[in-house]
Write a protein that binds this ligand. Structure first.
Ligand code: GTP
Ligand code: MG
Length: 242
């Protein structure tokens, strides 16, 4: 079978350079094309650190991260960037037009592709309402758009790259529940062959995930579907009730 789009973490342990203790210990899971894997856990559990290892913002101290069946340290960084889109927890917009921000150097993307991405990300209506549409200017750091608009622009930017793998780090938190639900439904429709890994705070964002990993103190303490975890995982129950 083709391993295209398969993400695998194999016994991964990770410590930040210079730090004494690891923030991730013995992490193993596999995410396949068409699947949504969700990661949930309290603040500081290691969710962002876990995502950062796939695009090689950092490398593990033990174990392996594989993309398409190949250890990522054997892949070209440019190749990883083409195949994996990370929407960071604090998404960044730079000074320039909305179109510039969405293309992010991908000059080959057409305006039509930008609008399609915006539609999925539930960002088309606010861009259309702006006098200059795609050519409206974003201030440095995105200070002239709201937190939710910024999240939607950064999700649209990821969609424009048409990656095999999406990493969403708490990307839906600034959206109201209804927009969050619409966005994820649209995302599911357009990314049917993609591998999706979602870090979320809000339970409703992840109840439909194929597998949920419960991260606590850098370890996967439980895994399963929402229904399974409700039965089996005290840590998950605590998160649901909080
Ligand atoms: P939230 O985003 O708040 O929900 O937390 P998280 O689950 O994403 O945790 P994250 O992976 O950001 O952090 C895990 C641990 O690593 C925490 O103890 C952080 O203090 C630590 N950490 C995060 N970033 C860095 C870093 O750049 N350097 C060092 N030394 N430690 C870091
Ligand atoms: Mg985080």
């Amino acid at each position: 079978a083709s391993l295209a789009g398969v993400v695998e973490y194999r016994n991964v342990t990770f410590a930040y350079p210079g730090a004494e203790s690891p923030v991730l210990s013995n992490i193993s899971f596999t995410a396949r094309p068409g699947q949504t894997i969700a990661i949930i856990g309290s603040t500081g559990a290691g969710k962002t650190s876990l995502l950062s290892l796939l695009p090689r913002l950092y490398d593990p101290v033990e174990g392996q991260v594989l993309l398409d069946g190949v250890p990522v340290d054997q892949l070209d960084r440019a190749e990883i960037t083409k195949r994996v889109a990370l929407v960071p927890q604090r998404p960044y917009l730079f000074s320039g037009t909305i179109a510039h921000n969405l293309r992010f150097g991908r000059t080959e993307a057409t305006d039509q592709e930008l609008w399609n991405a915006l539609r999925v990300a539930q960002g088309d209506s606010f861009v259309r309402e702006k006098t200059n549409g795609l050519d409206s200017r974003i201030a440095q750091g995105g200070t002239n758009v709201s937190g939710g608009q910024r999240q939607r622009l950064c999700i649209a930017r990821a969609l424009v790259t048409k990656p095999r793998v999406y990493l969403f780090d708490d990307s839906f938190s600034a959206l109201d529940v209804a927009t969050d639900a619409r966005l994820r439904a649209a995302l599911k429709d357009t990314t049917t062959d993609a591998t999706v890994i979602i870090v979320a705070q809000r339970i409703s964002t992840i109840t439909g995930a194929d597998q949920i990993l419960v991260l606590d103190n850098g370890r996967i303490v439980d895994r399963g579907t929402h229904e399974e975890l409700l039965e089996t995982s005290p840590t998950y129950q605590e998160i649901v009730e909080s």
